[in-house]
Design a protein around this ligand. Structure first.
Ligand SMILES: Cc1ncc(COP(=O)(O)O)c(C=O)c1O
Length: 363
């Protein structure tokens, strides 16, 4: 049976969506405020108990002197790199060619801060110690993204990470962690967040990825760095008079999901095995995930993969994903993030969906 719905429509109506935590609707905010005392006072321009308590909690969790709440990671990280350039008097930073700053921020770092970038490594692989060794003395800061999202969420070994950190320390290059998905990688490394962050001078974490909050970010580091970041937050217009809807919800979803990262990781391993057993034309990147996310690559044009996924969805009720992107005319891919929904999909339904996917892909 061929589905007449688009993949997005089929996924929206599916009885058993496989990816993510749930719908991003107003219920998310209502849930976060359930049972809250309505008389609690709002934060005001970055001050007040609500914001300071949460910043202290995150500084302790990340093992850093000080933490600052930001409306977005985009703002937080451009500011982090600007501060490192100003401190050192250098105008260059280094990161991966597929870093969020390079491909998703409309060149904010270059346009707003006139900072030059060194793109390390090939697009399809991780930054290695050998790449870092080649950096010149004119680089103020290296940004590492763990996991590297655009290549499926890959990670270096802990030994390599430590070696990169030691090298940077020895060379006077500040090391910043794009930890948009830091919580999600802790089960793989079998380390605490503070242990990973100890390798870095500063870190940004997000509250709306694996934690499934609404929006918001924390930037953490030494006290002088955090103080400077507050000045820049004001300059960027990020010092909203009240941010408590984001802070309360970030705190709520942190508490609700921080203990579930190992479960999501195990489930991602299981889901990746199902994809890798679904025939020659489809595989996961990485082959064995290292956190709750991975990419699915298919030797099929985008429209053919969309049709197969929509057919599976309509026939079995299992929504494997809502979108597909073209890699070229003959190959396509999509990203999978495992969250709360996965555990609600009955195993027999999931297996039936993959049996049908295998059939569709071999047609
Ligand atoms: C790796 C990475 N870094 C930074 C960001 C920026 O976060 P925000 O959307 O809060 O600006 C994202 C967002 O998707 C991300 O995936």
């Amino acid at each position: 049976m061929k589905s007449s719905m688009t993949l997005a429509e089929a996924f929206k109506q599916s009885e058993y969506p496989v990816v993510g935590h749930g719908k991003r609707n107003f219920r998310m905010l209502l849930e976060a405020f359930e049972g809250k005392d309505g008389l609690e006072e709002s934060d005001m321009y970055g001050k007040g108990e609500t914001i300071e308590r949460f910043q202290d909690k995150m500084a302790a969790y990340l093992g850093k002197q000080s933490a600052v709440f930001f409306p977005s990671g985009t703002m937080a990280q451009q500011i982090a790199l600007r501060i490192r350039c100003d401190e050192s008097g250098k105008r260059k930073v280094a990161y991966h060619p597929l870093s969020h700053l390079e491909i998703h921020e409309q060149d904010g770092l270059k346009e707003l801060h006139r900072i030059e970038t060194v793109l390390l490594a090939d697009e399809n692989r991780l930054i290695r110690l050998a790449d870092v060794r080649q950096l010149g003395d004119d680089v103020a800061c290296l940004l590492l993204e763990l996991p590297q999202r655009e290549i499926g969420g890959q990670l270096p070994s802990y030994d390599e990470l430590e070696a990169i950190a030691w090298h940077c320390r020895g060379r006077g290059i500040k090391l910043h962690l794009d930890g948009a998905r830091l919580f999600e990688i802790l089960p793989y490394y079998r380390k605490t967040a503070a242990e990973i962050c100890a390798l870095f001078d500063s870190v940004y974490v997000s509250f709306y990825k694996g934690l499934g909050g609404i929006a918001g970010a924390i930037l953490a580091g030494e006290e002088a760095f955090a103080d400077q970041s507050k000045v820049w937050k004001r300059r960027h217009g990020g010092d909203l008079i009240s941010m408590y809807p984001y802070i309360v919800s970030s705190d709520h979803y942190f508490d609700r999901r921080i203990g579930k990262m190992a479960q999501y990781y195990e489930e991602a391993l299981e889901l990746a095995r199902l994809y890798n057993d679904a025939g020659e034309s489809i595989r996961t990147v990485p082959a064995v995930p290292v956190c709750n996310m991975f990419h699915v690559h298919a030797d099929l044009p985008k429209t053919a993969l969309e049709q197969a996924l929509a057919d599976v969805c309509e026939a079995t009720g299992v929504g494997l994903n809502s979108w597909v992107k073209a890699l070229d005319d003959d190959r396509s891919a999509y990203e999978v993030s495992v969250g709360d929904r996965y555990a609600d999909v009955p195993k027999d339904k999931l297996e039936a969906a993959f049996r049908l996917l295998r059939e569709k892909l071999s047609e």
